[in-house]
Write a protein that binds this ligand. Structure first.
Ligand SMILES: [Zn+2]
Ligand SMILES: [Zn+2]
Length: 80
């Protein structure tokens, strides 16, 4: 297993795409630290500093707006 860079939890691989063609920055982080670092736990996109995402209702839970909407749709489907 791969370990989180910040703690002893199992980590997942997260990456920040570079738009200039260089290889993406990669991080191995658990969900908690990935969220702290600014990654969406749903789609894995890097959200920090992106206003559109920071104003998402789900941002504080670690989700961007599209993922949060999907998640809530699933919850309401389940409850219905
Ligand atoms: Zn961690
Ligand atoms: Zn997302």
């Amino acid at each position: 297993m791969t370990k989180c860079d910040k703690c002893d939890q199992e980590g997942l691989l997260w990456k920040i795409d570079c738009y200039d063609g260089s290889p993406p920055d990669k991080f191995c982080l658990c969900e908690k630290h990935a969220q702290e670092r600014g990654f969406c736990l749903g789609c894995g996109h890097f959200l920090a500093g992106v206003e559109y995402y920071e104003f998402s209702a789900g941002y504080k839970y670690g989700y961007c707006q599209p993922c949060w909407t999907t998640l809530n749709d699933e919850i309401s489907d389940y409850q219905a």
